[in-house]
Design a binder for this molecule. Structure first.
Ligand code: DGT
Ligand code: CA
Ligand code: CA
Ligand code: ZN
Length: 567
């Protein structure tokens, strides 16, 4: 279904028009985009059934937008979008990545200071021009600068969630070729790192001297619709660039070397170096073609056997960072990492009682589809006004709805939690009398990010002393590749969690906690909980990304609160 892709495109057209001088029009595009994004039916079907007339029935879609949708359905593109992008002096894509910069602010920056891109913006901040603009101020200028610094650090790296769809498209295309014997994702994407530099694919055919087959595979890869540039095309490796500047490498080997190549190209480099050293000590040579003794190849086809020959248990890719996994594998002490099937429920999702899209019932049904035993409704509380947070009275009303719904389920339960706001002084914005009625209480910081470390730590520690608290949500405030966390003494938080028996969240959307802190928490004996933070039932499945963080943190089933039947 391409609804989302189309919606994004229309929304961006709206953004470009916003920058220009045409009133009313941008709203039309955005309205249409929102309607298409929430359409249950595949837009292709709508068109197939009733053509343009069917499209025009969608909220916000008039004749001119309907024609553009038709073009998208027929060609996968909208020319008008390309034109706008080309004509616009402003690099909207780049500027929108800056936290806190919306189209309105970007327009002002252009009109007043002729800022076209990040570089211009940096320069203007250096000259303290931005803070003088109406609606900006010193604080905004400082925040923008910090965000730019953060962007620069992570520049060129991608969040796995954002590129997964593109990865799967390649996988589908290549696997379809009948001569392909083995296929795997390799590199950091196989290790499920939080951010990915480029995506590596490994393909094996029976024999790489078969030039015809080699050519066929490399062509298929290089000629995919999404390719914007072929960086290099050879017989063993082809590199391409797709949209958003994401690079992909495909390497082709003979099946007899597939295991060795997979080991090598999965990395990490540090892990490989340590492994090669072990091989050398044992009198072997290890490279991407195989494990050799002298000239004789001893293993090559199976990755697991290569580890075995070196005296090691097979190591899950997520652990391959040379952070102690090799020593553990030698001693046969590798942990049995938590699996998706171990997860019994999600304890952080939002309904349409506040900023979420779906009803409680819709979320519950989706959770049942995913095989969960429970779902925890974790709506915001009253201080978070933009999310229409719940006050005591609405929490009570919501309880009634949940109680009624629960009567209709067998072997499944909706839990009423609440994502209670931690106020600046560390108190909670919901009274204890109400907290007592909830099935569990989660707490989080959603404001005052700029506090100093001492005050922020004190604030959260105080909140954790409320004895109804069960879970601390997204404890550092970071959003992977987007926002740095606030200043907080995470060790002090972990110690308090241990003392008060509070679980700490790995938030799948934000990537907070990250794997390093999660590992530390486990080592101290603190339980973690992996949540999706879904605002839409479709996002429940994003819990998988939190699971990867947990696995990279060496966590097992027992370390995770929501692997238990009862929390
Ligand atoms: P990335 O792309 O920055 O997220 O990280 P990786 O790990 O995917 O790195 P990449 O794409 O440069 O290379 C893929 C794998 O190939 C890497 O994990 C290990 C292997 N590799 C690449 N270059 C070297 C090298 O110079 N020495 C060794 N031992 N392995 C290498
Ligand atoms: Ca890579
Ligand atoms: Ca690569
Ligand atoms: Zn939330």
């Amino acid at each position: 279904m391409k609804n989302q892709e189309l919606a994004e495109l229309l929304f961006e057209i709206g953004d470009f028009l916003d920058l220009g001088e045409v009133p009313f029009k941008p709203d039309a595009y955005k309205k249409a985009a929102i309607a298409i994004d929430s359409l249950e039916e595949d837009i292709f079907n709508v068109y197939k059934k009733d053509g343009i007339k069917g499209l025009e029935k969608i909220n916000g879609v008039g004749k001119s937008i309907a024609l553009k949708i038709e073009e998208f359905i027929k060609t996968g593109k909208i020319k008008y979008y390309k034109e706008l992008k080309k004509e616009s002096p402003i690099n909207l894509e780049e500027l929108k990545m800056v936290e806190g910069l919306g189209v309105r602010k970007i327009k002002k920056l252009w009109q007043e200071l002729k800022i076209r891109n990040l570089k211009d913006l940096e320069k203007a901040i250096e000259d303290h021009k931005v803070s003088q603009l109406f609606g900006f101020g010193d604080k905004t200028e400082k925040n923008i600068l910090e965000s730019i610094k953060f962007l620069r650090q992570g520049q060129g790296r991608f969040v796995l969630r954002d590129i997964l769809e593109e990865i799967e498209k390649v996988e589908e295309k290549i696997k379809k070729i009948k001569e392909v014997v083995s296929f795997s994702i390799a590199g950091s994407a196989r290790r499920k790192k939080e951010t990915i530099g480029d995506v590596d694919f490994l393909v094996a055919i029976k024999d790489v001297s078969d030039k015809y087959v080699v050519e066929k595979i490399m062509n298929t890869f290089a000629q995919m619709d999404s390719v914007v540039k072929i960086i290099a095309k050879g017989e063993t490796k082809t590199s391409i660039k797709i949209k958003n500047n994401l690079n992909m490498d495909l390497r082709l080997v003979s099946q007899s070397s597939f295991g060795a190549a997979l080991q090598y190209f999965t990395g990490s480099k540090e892990h490989n170096i340590a492994l090669r050293r072990i091989a050398m000590k044992k009198g072997y040579k290890l490279n991407e073609y195989g494990l050799f003794r002298g000239e004789a190849k001893i293993e090559g086809e199976y990755e697991e056997k290569i580890y075995e020959r070196l005296g090691l248990k097979w190591i899950p890719p997520e652990l391959r960072e040379n952070q102690g996994e090799i020593e553990m594998a030698i001693k046969n002490e590798l942990p049995e990492l938590v699996e998706l099937e171990d997860i019994k429920g999600d304890l952080h999702c939002h309904t349409n009682w506040n900023g979420g899209k779906n009803s409680i019932e819709e979320l519950a049904k989706e959770a049942i589809n995913l095989g969960y035993s429970y779902i925890g409704i974790n709506d915001h509380t009253k201080s978070l006004k933009i999310e229409n947070g719940l006050d005591e009275k609405r929490i009570k009303e919501q309880r009634k709805e949940i109680d009624i719904l629960n009567k209709s389920f067998k072997d499944f339960k909706i839990l009423q939690g609440s994502e209670v706001d931690i106020l600046a002084d560390g108190s909670l914005d919901i009274n204890n009398e109400t907290l007592k009625t909830l099935d569990y209480v989660s707490i989080s910081v959603h404001s005052g990010f700029k506090m100093n470390k001492k005050d922020m730590t004190k604030r959260v520690l105080k909140a954790m002393d409320n004895h109804y608290v069960k879970i601390l949500n997204h404890p550092t405030g970071m959003i992977v590749n987007k926002r740095e966390g606030y200043n907080i003494d995470i060790e002090a938080i972990i110690n308090k969690a241990l003392k008060n028996n509070i679980a700490i969240e790995i938030n799948s959307y934000r990537g907070d906690l990250n794997s390093q802190f999660a590992k530390l928490a486990k080592e101290r004996g603190v339980k973690l909980v992996i949540n999706s933070d879904a605002h839409d039932k479709k996002e429940l499945k994003n819990l998988e990304f939190g699971l990867y963080i947990a696995r990279r943190a060496y966590l097992t089933k027992n370390d995770i609160l929501n692997t238990y039947e009862k929390i």
